[in-house]
Design a protein around this ligand. Sequence first.
Ligand code: LLP
Length: 428
Amino acid sequence: MDYFAYRNGSLFCEDVPVADIATKVGTPVYVYSAATLRHHYGRIAAAFAELSPMICYSIKSLSNVHVLRLLRELGSGFDVVSGGELVRAQAAGGEMSKVVFAGVAKTDAEIRQAIDAGIGLFNIESEQEFENVARLCRQAGRSMRAALRVNPDIDPKTHRYTSTGKKESKFGVDIERAERFFQTYGRVESLRLDAIHLHIGSPIYTADPYVEAVTKTLAMMERLRGQGFVIRTLDIGGGFAADYEAGKSPDAATYAAAIVPLLRGRGLEVILEPGRSINANAGVLLAGVLYVKQGGERNFVIVDAAMTDLIRPALYGSEHFVWPAKLAAGETSPPRQISHEAPGGVKVDVVGGVCESSDFLAKDRTLPPMQRGDLLTIFTAGAYGFVMSNQYNSRPRAAEVLVDGTAWRVIRRRETYEDILAAEITKE
Ligand code: LLP
């Protein structure tokens, strides 16, 4: 569900024609819909309301500080995985008690930064990390809280690069080792271990893996409680899916219907770390068509966006729905299905200008005949889009725009060639 729709043949983001944005800001450009962000945040909050969860929006998925501010205003906390993300949470005015810090490779500097900031919870991923964070807390004369990230050995049935809860994963501590972990570290003063964290992967298209993981974890938690350990909090991570195709992902209420009954009445504070389910459908990437060419056996639509702007197709084989921002005369609004074919269309690959054969945004799509100067929309690009962009081939990164009703503004200007050189050429 999102607030992008064709009106009289032109794609609008809320009440703004996206072509107007492209004309004024240029392409490639990410366009986000504030109403869509609010909608999805609200759906999750409402679906889990019975548990009064703390929602910690996962900054890594779309980290623009203006988006973070919008979510903070809705009451969101933040899931951070680096010192840089912590700085973003602070810049957005985030409440530090609502910040959780995960990641297997926290440096001493980042840990000190988080202690100074007074974050709510360290999500701890190994024995050595626990000892190090506890040491740095003692050094700072502070007592902080920690969750143990447990690896429940559940298959979330998603791409192997984004599956995190199986035994071979680098994340967390095996569930078999978790009890021993509490026995060793569960009574440390400077770092109070009284919470459990899970994050099994992303995107997860059914509630079943959550049910399995939570059930396994609750059983372990009861054993720990039986041994006298206090467990106040269960953080079930992120991973809810988004509609890369219309109607593909379960609604927040569907996940909640399966998860809430497991957690009600257990005296637990529940944390959720959604990212993609809030922002994926809230963003599109607009690209200008530079050239159309026939290769040996394929037709190429060559655009000014590339894998440097949206790496998901190249990295995971992800499929984003791609369609022109302006419909042909008489064409009706396309269903957002990857297999949708324009009548009289041409089978094409949509590619960028980077010197890599993995540089494609879409393959084997039957689009209306495209021409130089046309505007293409890559849908469901809000999550892990701009944040994973880079300057390979010395391409300045795209601009980001936030639309809210009839209003819109640039929330990140397009990078310039000065930006490309900035960190290399220092003033004498
Ligand atoms: N919590 C933790 C500890 C995570 O590692 C992640 C995502 C999330 C929450 C948020 O997951 P979400 O609700 O957004 O699914 N680049 C990949 C996705 C990587 C996910 C990394 N962790 C992609 O483009 O599909």
